[in-house]
Design a protein around this ligand. Structure first.
Ligand code: ADP
Length: 381
């Protein structure tokens, strides 16, 4: 997060008012000093006449009143000119200052309309040539606005990609089912249990895909509640052993378990962490050939508990590792499609671990050299 030395807008507004008053004041004084001599000169002539008349007539009282009214007329005239000039100057100064505030607002308004119409590319510049480390609230607003536009653009891209991915994923099993049915209608395929079994397995895959998608959308949107309770890591491993142990035996894969003693409890949603572990251990089982070995390791790592699933299976290349947590990503499309994987499991696992403020990653020495999937869960949060 950027650190700002913020110049407060309120302070700037105060200064601009002060500036307007100053400009008005300066213009008032200047205009007064310019108009006073002229006004006095003009009224002086009348005053001279009065004074001469007054001496003749000898009426002192009347002469004083006349003199005073001429004097006030001169002052009013001078002040009126000065005030009009100061007013014009103050209005001009206010206009330029308010433009500084209103222009970025107007730009923001027109950009927000464009975003609402689906044009996400444009961004706001910092108002008034402000530097990123010295911005006021208007600059902050422009930055927040840009962040919002970034987020909207990303969401829109994700939405488009998701629709593309889902369409692609649905098309394959649908085409297969349609193909089987056409074969049956044309009499090319025999109407025997094997054909129906094929159709059934394609529909089964569709159903799993839809369920996975539902889960993915819920997890990615953060629309799930974590029921946090203190859980002992070894109890999680026992559960995994009891649910998946049998499958390891059936496939003749050795399941080795190594849990450090005296591990502290972790504050987690037990079912969600079990879901992650089941996915990782299930994958290890799936991608390890018979006769292989899977090691499930749990140990303390500073302020976290590390869960690690290491297998001696088919491995993952360095290029594939970069994408392994992306949704629908499969290292070998045809193979995993045949085995039923939708490539969503790891995406869900990552979202669940992150929801626990944890971290998940994968390592492998390459094809045929096994893989290790690990995740960290903080002990105290
Ligand atoms: P899937 O349902 O396809 O297994 P995942 O998201 O769980 O979906 O996994 C994505 C892909 O990552 C898999 O299709 C597979 O290609 C690869 N993968 C996952 N775990 C392993 C593993 N232990 N060894 C090798 N490849 C793996």
């Amino acid at each position: 997060m950027m650190k700002f030395v913020r110049t407060h807008l309120a302070w700037k507004v105060f200064l601009s008012y002060l500036l307007v008053v100053l400009v008005g004041g300066v213009v008032l004084i200047t205009a007064a000093s310019l108009s006073v001599p002229a006004a006095f000169e003009r009224h002086m002539a009348s005053m001279n006449a009065i004074m001469t008349n007054g001496n003749t007539v000898g009426n002192n009282q009347q002469m004083q009143t006349e003199l005073f009214s001429q004097y006030t007329a001169a002052v009013y005239e001078a002040v009126t000119y000065a005030v009009v000039a100061a007013l014009i100057a103050a209005i001009l100064a206010s206009f330029f200052i308010s433009r500084q505030v209103v222009t970025p607002m107007l730009r923001m308004m027109s950009l927000s309309h464009r975003i609402a119409e689906g044009e996400y590319e444009e961004r706001l510049a910092l108002p008034g040539g402000q530097q990123a480390d010295q911005i006021d609230e208007l600059g902050q607003l422009a930055l927040s606005f840009n962040q919002m536009a970034d987020k909207l653009e990303k969401t829109e891209t994700m939405r488009r990609e998701l629709i593309g991915d889902v369409t692609h994923e649905l098309r394959t099993p649908l085409t297969a089912v349609k193909g089987y049915l056409e074969g049956l209608i044309d009499g090319v395929l025999p109407a025997d249990p094997e054909t129906y079994q094929q159709i059934h397995s394609e529909i089964d895959r569709l159903q799993r895909l839809v369920n996975d998608l539902q889960e993915l959308s819920r997890v990615e949107a953060g629309a799930f509640q974590l029921l946090l309770t203190p859980v002992s890591p070894s109890s999680l491993i026992e559960r995994i052993q009891s649910t998946l142990g049998r499958q390891f035996e059936d496939k003749n894969i050795q399941l080795e378990i190594s849990v450090e003693s005296d591990l502290p409890d972790i504050l987690v949603d037990k079912d969600r962490i079990l879901q992650v572990l089941t996915n990782l251990v299930g994958n290890a089982l799936q991608y390890t050939p018979s006769g292989g070995k899977v090691t499930l390791l749990v140990r303390r790592e500073r302020s976290d508990v590390l869960f690690s699933v290491k297998d001696s299976g088919i491995g993952i290349t360095a290029e594939q590792l970069a994408f392994i947590f992306n949704r629908f990503y499969r290292t070998d499309k045809s193979r995993t499609r045949a085995s039923g994987g939708s490539g969503i499991g790891l995406t869900i696992a990552k979202a669940l671990v992150q929801a626990h403020q944890g971290k998940i990653w994968a390592e492998s020495n390459g094809e045929g050299k096994g893989s290790t999937f690990s995740f960290l869960i903080p002990i105290s949060r």
